[in-house]
Design a protein around this ligand. Structure first.
Ligand code: TRP
Length: 334
C-alpha cells in the first residue's frame, strides 16, 4: 500500500434493502458515496440486519437485497476501489452490536426520533431490535474505524449516538474506537415530495406522482416533474415558504452542480413550465446510466454474487480485528 493510501480517511455507509429507492435516497446519500470513492477508503453495505426490525416477507427481503446490491453497483460504486458487501455476511456486526448494546442506555435509545416514528407506524411490533437499532448501526460504523459517515439528514441522530457510545467505551477501556463524523451534504440532503413539498419524498407515499424512483422510466420522470407542485408566483428563485420551487431548485442544483443563484439566473424571464421540464430532463439524464447498469447486474446474479462475496471477505478481516480488540478489552477469554 502506498503512503498516500494509508493517509486516506475511512468512510462507511449502509442502506436498507427496502425495495424501490427514491430520487431522495439518491441525491441525499448515494450520489455522495459515488463521489467519495476516489478520495476516501470506502466500505458500503446493504443493511439487511436492520431491515428485520420491521416484519419482512422472506422471498421479498431476499429479492430486495439483490436489488439494492445491484443498485449500489449501478450508481457507480466500484468494487475495485470500495468494499461492497451485505451486512449479515460479516457476523462481527451482530456480535459487536450485542456488546455495544450493553454500553447504550435505555434513556438515550428512547430519545431517537426514528424509533418514536417507527414504533408508532408499527405499533403491533415494537420489538427490541427496533429499539436497539442504533447499537447495531454503531457496530457497523465502529468496526471499520470509520472517520466519516455519509448519510441523509434523518440519520444524523444515529451518528451522534454512535459517537456517544464510542466515547463512553473509549473512556472505560482506552482508545479502541475511532469517533466518526456525520457527512451530510446540504444540497440534495432533503428532497421533498413533488406533490406536498412540506413533506419528505417517500416511497410509501400513496400518490405515485409525489416521488421518483431511481429506476423510473424517463416518461414517468417527466410526467412527475411536469405535475410537480409549485406556487402562484412565477419566478424561479428560492424564497421563504416557496417549498415546491425550493425543492425543484435543490434537485436541479444537486444534479447540475450549480448554486441556487445560478439556477435563478438561468431561468430568469422563463416560466415554471420551462423550469420543470429542465429539472425533469436533468433527472432523466442523471438516472439513465444507473437504470442501464442496474439491468445488467440484476440479469447476471453470478457477477453480483462474486462481488459481494469478495466484499464480505475483505470487510471481515478488518471487522474481526476490531471485534477481537473490543472483546479483549472488556475481559472476555480469547
Ligand atoms: N439506518 C440507515 C438508514 O436507514 C442505514 C444504516 C445502517 C447505516 N447502518 C448504517 C447508515 C451505518 C450509515 C452507517 O438509512
Amino acid at each position: 500500500m502506498s503512503e498516500i493510501e494509508l493517509e486516506k480517511k475511512r468512510v462507511f455507509s449502509a442502506i436498507q434493502p427496502s425495495g424501490m429507492l427514491t430520487l431522495g435516497n439518491y441525491l441525499g446519500a448515494l450520489k455522495n458515496w459515488k463521489d467519495m470513492q476516489n478520495d476516501y477508503d470506502c466500505l458500503f453495505s446493504v443493511a439487511d440486519l436492520h431491515a428485520i426490525t420491521v416484519r419482512q416477507e422472506p422471498a421479498k427481503l431476499r429479492q430486495q437485497v439483490y436489488t439494492t446490491a445491484a443498485l449500489l453497483l449501478a450508481i457507480g460504486l466500484q468494487p475495485q476501489e470500495s468494499i461492497i458487501f451485505i451486512q449479515s455476511h460479516v457476523s462481527a456486526h451482530s456480535q459487536l452490536a450485542w456488546l455495544l448494546s450493553c454500553y447504550t442506555q435505555f434513556g438515550e435509545l428512547s430519545r431517537m426520533t426514528q424509533f418514536k416514528d417507527k414504533s408508532q407506524k408499527h405499533a403491533d411490533n415494537v420489538n427490541a431490535g427496533l429499539f436497539s437499532y442504533p447499537s447495531l448501526m454503531a457496530a457497523d460504523i465502529l468496526l471499520y474505524h470509520s472517520d466519516l459517515v455519509p448519510v441523509g439528514a434523518d440519520q444524523k441522530q444515529h451518528i451522534e449516538i454512535t459517537r456517544d457510545i464510542a466515547t463512553r467505551f473509549n473512556n472505560i477501556y482506552g482508545d479502541v474506537f475511532t469517533i466518526p463524523e456525520p457527512y451530510i451534504r446540504k444540497i440534495g440532503a432533503r428532497v421533498m415530495s413533488l406533490q406536498e413539498p412540506t413533506k419528505k419524498m417517500s416511497k410509501s407515499d400513496e400518490n405515485v406522482n409525489a416521488w421518483v424512483a431511481i429506476l423510473d422510466s424517463p416518461e414517468d420522470i417527466m410526467r412527475k416533474f411536469k405535475r410537480a407542485m409549485t406556487d402562484s408566483d412565477s419566478n424561479v428563485c428560492v424564497g421563504e415558504g416557496r417549498d415546491g420551487v425550493n425543492n425543484l431548485i435543490g434537485i436541479y442544483s444537486a444534479i447540475t452542480h450549480r448554486t441556487a443563484d445560478q439556477v435563478a439566473a438561468e431561468f430568469e424571464g422563463k416560466g415554471y413550465g420551462d423550469f420543470k421540464k429542465a429539472v425533469g430532463e436533468a433527472v432523466v439524464e442523471e438516472l439513465r446510466p444507473v437504470r442501464e447498469k442496474y439491468e445488467y447486474y440484476i440479469k447476471d446474479k453470478k457477477e453480483l454474487e462474486a462481488i459481494y462475496k469478495i466484499g464480505a471477505e475483505k470487510a471481515e478481516k478488518i471487522a474481526n480485528r476490531t471485534l477481537g480488540k473490543a472483546m479483549k478489552k472488556i475481559g472476555f477469554v480469547i
